[in-house]
Design a protein around this ligand. Sequence first.
Ligand SMILES: NC(=O)c1ccc[n+]([C@@H]2O[C@H](COP(=O)([O-])OP(=O)(O)OC[C@H]3O[C@@H](n4cnc5c(N)ncnc54)[C@H](OP(=O)(O)O)[C@@H]3O)[C@@H](O)[C@H]2O)c1
Length: 307
Amino acid sequence: MQALLFTAHGGPEVLTVADVPAPHAGPGRIRVAVRAAGVSPADDAIRSGAWKDIYPIPLPYVVGVDAAGVVDEIGDGVDGVHLGDEVYGVRPAGATTAAHAVLDLWAAKPVAWTWSQAGGAAAAVATGSHALDELGVRAGSTLLLDGASGGVGAITVQLAVARGARVIGTAGPANHAFLRDLGAEPVTYGPGLADRVGTRVDAALDVSGHGDVRRLVALTGSPDAVRTLVAHNAAHGVRLLRVDPSGVPAALTAAAALADAGRLTVPIAAEYPITDGPAAHARIATGHARGKVVITLTTQPDEAAAR
Ligand SMILES: NC(=O)c1ccc[n+]([C@@H]2O[C@H](COP(=O)([O-])OP(=O)(O)OC[C@H]3O[C@@H](n4cnc5c(N)ncnc54)[C@H](OP(=O)(O)O)[C@@H]3O)[C@@H](O)[C@H]2O)c1
């Protein structure tokens, strides 16, 4: 089957589409014929080698940690899903950007989303939902999202609004109208943030990792009311968010219900065919995606052979 992989760390140009054996579901997992897979800054960091000391990977490595597709193999012990079901989900160990991918955690794909939207949603939904739970965001809360216009931020804004929270989101000026449309109050990130926010907030999430988390601690009054998604910003008492896998299927199911109720969309920054993997990684590396970057796959003639 076709897979987007690299055999040595480097720039986006090390990515290549190669023919590899199809994986099999194994106990507790499912396999899908992939229609679309997400691209995230983590993929860029893994490929470049930036994480090779903290997150060693086997080479060759097939990129991607989330995808959407049609179930074509079901492992032992899996209930509640059938061959032919349309699902979206995550595979934290990677290898979702391929004709067939194993998923560890999944839910039914909402009807309202295109394949690209579903393919790019799962990791961001899992991350945003868990962050809101840890931060205790509920109706009446005021939440600050620092880096609200990217893949994780654009989804987390809407998840928080759906809980009844007031959401203040940082973005570059060109993305302020975009954030308003998602239900957030936009402010520009960077020095002077506290003055621009102008109010105490109950909780803050450092999504981008580019800002100074001390500003978020000052705005909430405590590092316990702040989480960061980016390891180098886990400082000054602010903890790194680690998604608890046990909560992911319920989070994906709840997000699908919101989507089909018209309350959660997945803005697509850009989509590329699998043959344009280097362009997709170059796009995410800009650090200024407006929503999700995704890679799309078409049905491959080798699908039957993979069964
Ligand atoms: N810990 C976890 O479990 C976990 C899970 C998922 C993701 N992550 C991490 O979370 C981070 C964000 O992921 P993502 O997919 O949302 O990235 P992304 O799609 O690349 O979005 C990055 C966003 O950051 C904003 N930004 C750029 N410079 C900024 C600054 N100085 N201050 C504040 N915001 C700034 C950009 O806004 P403008 O374009 O408007 O400038 C952009 O919208 C990545 O580092 C990723 O690896 C961690």
